[in-house]
Design a protein around this ligand. Structure first.
Ligand SMILES: Cc1cc2nc3c(=O)[nH]c(=O)nc-3n(C[C@H](O)[C@H](O)[C@H](O)COP(=O)(O)OP(=O)(O)OC[C@H]3O[C@@H](n4cnc5c(N)ncnc54)[C@H](O)[C@@H]3O)c2cc1C
Length: 417
């Protein structure tokens, strides 16, 4: 009988690995330390708001082909809202200006020649600046190639890169930034249609995966925290969970889809990224949906960065928010609400709110941390790594997590891991 593949960690990387392995004819065992799946991409009932919220607003783009294929495979596409066109509304709190960026559907960037569709205050020639990121070496930062001023930087490149890399763009890896722009704006508007899990991340990305796996006889074991990996020579020989030792047969393999710090503790010789950036989300329960709010609004000139409008809820995301982690919660909520109210119909009392801080939301996207991202393959021939922090060539995102899980599944299925 073919050996079992043990997938440890039921975040999106582990789920994507299990989904890819399910039809392959090998038994799959899925373990998760927490009482629920989804990891950093999860929904839960918040008692203060008395509604289901996500730990953080997550944006996908139509360019995220692996993530969208994963959603289709698990049958979650009905829970995703795909914008009919690539359009990004922005508001500048400092100047009161509003504009909508509309990259056309085609690959040719004709929109940069149309003042009504490009960023106000920019000229077509400004859009050549991202080309300076091409062919950057591994140690090069965005700041080495693009100065932090000018309308294009301040109104497009900075907000876009900050959100996607969760790192101050000036300190971020130019290679990562170039790859990101190539995969999105570089492919034209067809690749830039926003995709949002309107009813929550769980209903689109997590619950359908668990149901899909359960239909194939794979049930996630929750509360199963891996404490150690026993090895002999170049093989993993047993997994030690709290209270249980799972021996690994000669044909068995492991996909380790846990966060970098956990992986490093389990595999002492493993070098992993060790610097993180926070993301802050502030959720407001709104009894009536404010009129004419874009589904997603980019905000400049304030503390808030992106406003997501969900049915009955307005949620603000702030990336690389480490500076705000120790700010009192009420103060944060009030600052953000004042900005949200100003943008959505004027001053009014603050509704019920919740602040969600994710201190280690993603690894820092700096050249130093890029150099620490390990490949999926490890010296243990039957153990592969997965996770958005592994060397995917992408920022730490859902797309990266899914691709990493699929790569690790592929390695687990290969005869020589
Ligand atoms: C607030 C926030 C906003 C974000 N916004 C976006 C966005 O807009 N777009 C986007 O693409 N990405 C976004 N991301 C990033 C995205 O959430 C991650 O890239 C993705 O969820 C990572 O999945 P993962 O499986 O690699 O890791 P994780 O989600 O960290 O999964 C690891 C899993 O391993 C489990 N585990 C840990 N230790 C053990 C153990 N010892 N034994 C067993 N299991 C263990 C954990 O409980 C967890 O479930 C955001 C992240 C955050 C936090």
């Amino acid at each position: 009988m073919a050996g079992t593949v043990h997938v440890v960690g039921a975040g999106l990387a582990g789920l994507a690995a299990a989904v890819r392995l399910a039809p392959a004819g090998r038994p799959v065992a899925l373990y998760e330390a927490a009482p629920q799946a989804g990891g950093r991409c999860r929904s839960y009932h918040d008692r203060t708001l008395d509604m289901v919220i996500d730990n953080g607003n997550h944006l996908l783009l139509s360019a995220n082909t692996a993530a969208l294929a994963y959603v289709r495979a698990i049958g979650g596409e009905g829970a995703l809202t795909v914008a009919p066109e690539s359009a990004f509304a922005f508001a500048d709190l400092a100047t009161g200006e509003r504009w909508t960026l509309r990259p056309g559907a085609g690959r040719l960037p004709a929109w940069v020649f149309d003042a009504a569709r490009r960023v106000p205050g920019t000229r077509p020639g400004d859009y050549l600046a991202p080309l300076r990121l091409l062919f950057a070496g591994p140690a090069t930062t965005v700041g080495d190639r693009i100065p932090p001023h000018g309308a294009l930087y301040e109104r497009l490149l900075h907000p876009l890169l900050l959100a996607a890399l969760n790192t101050d763009p000036q300190a971020a890896s130019a290679r990562l930034a170039a790859g990101l722009i190539r995969e999105t704006l570089g492919k034209g508007g067809a690749a830039c249609r926003p995709v949002v899990a309107t009813g929550g991340l769980g209903g689109a990305l997590v619950d359908p995966a668990l149901a899909h796996l359960a239909r194939r006889g794979i049930r996630c074991r929750f509360g199963a925290s891996l404490k150690a990996v026993e090895t002999a020579g170049s093989r993993a020989t047993a997994l030690l969970f709290a209270g249980e030792r799972v021996p690994l047969g000669g044909q068995d393999s492991v996909v380790l889809a846990v966060p970098p710090r956990v992986a490093a503790a389990l595999l002492p010789d493993l070098r992993v990224p060790d610097e993180f950036r926070a993301i802050l989300n502030v959720h407001f329960r709104t009894e009536t949906d404010p009129p004419s709010v874009a589904a997603i609004l980019g905000i400049l000139g304030g503390t808030s960065e992106w406003l997501f409008a969900f049915p009955g809820r307005l949620s603000v995301t702030i990336s690389a928010a480490d500076r705000l982690m120790d700010c009192p919660r009420e103060e944060l909520a009030r600052t953000v609400w004042d900005e949200v109210a100003a943008l959505t119909g004027g001053a009014r009392p603050m509704p019920p709110w919740q602040v969600v801080r994710e201190r280690r939301a993603t690894i820092a996207a700096t050249p130093e941390q890029e150099a620490r991202r390990p490949s999926a393959r490890t010296p243990l021939t039957n153990l592969a790594l997965a996770g958005d922090w592994t060397d995917t060539g992408l920022p730490a995102t859902i797309e990266g997590a899914v691709r990493s899980g699929e790569r690790a599944a592929h390695l687990a299925l290969a005869r020589a891991l």
